[in-house]
Design a protein around this ligand. Structure first.
Ligand code: FAD
Ligand code: SIN
Length: 533
């Protein structure tokens, strides 16, 4: 099998991977692997913006306070302070290298979102993520030290272990979808930037790439994970109509600019739930919608934009305006039918402030990681910021001169033993089933009984899948399905273990917060068992 060698191996071409590649290209050769096209990343779909203190009226202490308050008692304060303090200069740098942020009166325009006490969301109209993705791709594509391999699906880490608890990543096994063959990539440093996992839920704003591969492969290799139970459900995605396989997001910035939520018969319900009404944090708004739908047996609520002038709607939200119009709804005249959808994974691979994981030479940043910044809940637009700040920190903390390539282990699960399948009809059926299980058993409102049922359902599904497709059968979509099984089971088990309601985790059987759970949930694989502590 062909072996490629590089200094820095970056898995993922979203904001975290691209920023790390841009920075480390000054130190050595960088190879970026990405499983589809280079633009296929959650980053490309971000709408609202990136949070940073840029206004005279604002202060880092307010952004820190808002983040800590939203995180509901378990944020890592040092990580929050690091992110908020380092954010503004990096956001300015993004602007300087050509990211097309919206400017008004010669200053970066700032919008507002739920949970923020001040206007601090830097944005590019309502397509901030696409502007960042395009801009960063332009920068790295023209860099001689960076190579991007599209359609390169990373299957697993290659690890050298002196003991089960002292492991060193020396490379990865990857499958090239165009050449239909496997490769080994040997690297001095591996940077994991595989993004989110919310596609494992039936209703989601995430594109189909968000299958949690990074979390699953890290778990298989024994890397420490944290807080997977905290999945953020965005309150407002477009009801019923899908765009490229995902629910289309109606940005929180729409509520920030004056959008109001109403039941189908016109009642504005959010003031009944929270003094900040539509601008309460997402968990509160999503649960309020869930409650109204259940109470009234409705299928959606309405987002009323009549307080926002038509011209502002078209200028500030051109993507939302055009997309919703393509389904026959003119949002300058009619209300938008919306429902909550799985949106963001707060938990992931546990890292320190420099992106270091529990495995030697493996770094992680972005949505796949858990820096502790978000605690039990993420403040809107803090995720692009987190990805930027901690991929930057990681790039500053590796000195490639001091690191050499290490030998590959003598035994790797070589693909010669693998049988390929071409028909994936059943795989798609299983994926559908799995996503349904996650939505109904690990959704916005949870309880112990339902979570246990979900775990049993996943166990049954796993048995069926392995009976039909034994371990040696390979197909990218099958690997994604197996990863989704792993990640889904971990979410269910972590949610069951946390016997309290905190932040994004809402348990009907434990409605209060409990001091004994005022900590991270640590998830590890030892001797083929899952340890949650
Ligand atoms: P991604 O951008 O998701 O990139 C992951 C990369 O990893 C992709 O290139 C993918 O192909 C690759 N990959 C995954 N698995 C493999 C594998 N096995 N092999 C090879 N490659 C792999 N956050 C904000 O802060 N503000 C917002 O306004 C905002 N709006 C959002 C709107 C939407 C609709 C969505 C879905 C998310 C939004 N978010 C927002 C969240 C934010 O976009 C993400 O958290 C962030 O972009 C994640 O960046 P990332 O670099 O970690 O991962
Ligand atoms: C949005 O625009 O509502 C998404 C913002 C985010 O996920 O932070």
């Amino acid at each position: 099998m062909e072996i490629k060698k590089t200094d820095f191996l970056v898995i993922g071409s979203g904001i975290a991977g691209l920023w790390f590649a841009y920075r480390t290209s000054q130190q050595g050769k960088v190879l970026i692997l990405t499983k589809k096209k280079d633009t296929d990343a959650n980053t490309n779909y971000a709408q609202g913006g990136i949070a940073a203190v840029m206004d005279k009226e604002d202060d880092v202490k307010y952004h820190i306070d808002d983040t800590l308050k939203t995180g509901d008692g378990i944020c890592h304060k040092d990580a929050v302070e690091y992110m908020v303090k380092n954010g503004p200069q990096l956001v300015e740098e993004l602007y300087r290298i050509g990211i097309d942020f919206t400017v008004e009166e010669e200053r970066l325009s700032l919008t507002k979102e739920g949970g923020h006490s001040h206007r601090r969301i830097v944005h590019s109209a309502d397509r901030t993520g696409a502007a960042i993705e395009e801009g960063l791709l332009n920068v790295v594509r023209s860099n001689k030290n960076v190579e991007i391999d599209e359609n390169s699906y990373v299957v697993d880490f290659i690890v050298n272990a002196t003991t089960p608890y002292n492991q060193d990543i020396v490379g990865v096994l990857t499958y090239d979808r165009e050449k239909e063959s496997f490769f080994i990539i040997q690297a001095k440093i591996v940077f994991l930037a595989t993004g989110g996992l919310s596609y494992i839920f039936e209703h989601t704003t995430n594109p189909p790439i968000a299958t949690g591969d990074g979390v699953a492969m890290a778990f298989r290799a024994g890397v420490r994970l944290a807080n997977l139970e905290f999945v953020q459900f965005h309150p407002t995605s477009l009801y019923k109509f899908l765009v490229n396989g995902r629910s289309f997001l109606i940005s929180e910035a729409v509520r920030g600019e004056g959008g109001k939520l109403r039941t189908i018969d016109g009642y504005r319900f959010m003031p009944d739930y929270h003094p900040q009404a539509e601008l309460a944090t997402r968990d509160i708004v999503a649960r309020a919608i869930f409650n109204e739908l259940k109470k009234r047996n409705d299928e959606y609520v309405l987002l009323d934009l009549s307080d926002i002038p038509s011209e502002d709607i078209k200028k500030k939200f051109p993507l939302i305006y055009k997309t919703v119009l393509s389904f026959g709804i003119d949002i300058t005249k009619s209300m938008i039918p919306v429902v909550p959808a799985a949106h963001y994974s707060v938990g992931g691979v546990l890292t320190d402030l420099t992106g270091k994981t529990s495995m030697t030479h493996l770094y992680a940043a972005g949505e796949v990681s858990c820096t502790g910044v978000h605690g039990a809940n993420r403040l809107a637009s803090n995720s692009l910021l987190e990805a930027l700040v901690f991929s930057d920190a990681a790039s500053k903390n590796v000195d490639i001169e001091q690191i050499s390539l290490r030998p590959l282990p003598s035994k790797i699960n070589f693909p010669e033993e693998i049988i390929y399948i071409s028909d994936n009809t059943y795989i798609e059926i299983y994926i559908k089933k799995l996503r349904w299980i996650m939505w109904y058993y690990a959704g916005i409102v949870r309880d112990g009984e339902t979570l246990k049922k979900g775990i049993n359902e996943m166990e049954k599904l796993k048995k069926e899948i392995y009976a039909l497709y034994p371990e040696e059968v390979f197909h990218v979509r099958l690997k994604e399905l197996r990863n989704m099984l792993t990640v889904g089971t971990l979410i269910l088990k972590a949610a069951l273990a946390r016997e309290e309601s905190r932040g994004l985790q809402y348990r009907k059987d434990f409605m209060q917060k409990s001091d004994s759970f005022k900590k991270d949930t640590i998830i590890e694989r030892r001797e083929h068992e899952i340890y949650i502590h």
